[in-house]
Design a binder for this molecule. Structure first.
Ligand code: SF4
Length: 105
């Protein structure tokens, strides 16, 4: 009988914590710009850090926000494979307010 109490207490605790995790994930949800992931996928993805950023996703975020003006900051990238597709993508996908941050090579 004591084992049953232990199992019920652990089950209740598990359900309580699961509900807490779901609530916190809803409350503290951070909406991210989906263009960051799209641009990150167009970069080489080797996260070498040669661009001076923490990784490809960090550079993608800078490009999308217009903080980085040259796609060639990615030293491992190639013009046809990486730079041109990113420039074209950002030309066709402006910010929510309509401004475009189009980097150069
Ligand atoms: S240089 Fe290019 S491949 Fe290397 S981390 Fe920066 S964006 Fe990624």
């Amino acid at each position: 009988m004591n084992i049953l109490y232990g199992v019920l207490i652990l089950l209740g605790l598990g359900v309580l914590l699961a509900v807490g995790i779901v609530l916190f994930s809803k409350i503290f949800y951070v909406k991210e710009d989906p263009r960051i992931d799209d641009v990150a996928k167009m970069l080489p993805g080797i996260n070498c850090g040669a661009c001076g950023k923490a990784g490809c996703r960090d550079l993608a975020e800078g490009l999308v926000k217009g903080e980085i003006k040259k796609v060639s900051q990615c030293k491992a990238g190639k013009k046809d494979k990486n730079y041109d597709p990113i420039i074209e993508y950002l030309s066709n996908h402006p910010d929510e307010d309509g401004t475009t941050h189009i980097p150069t090579i």
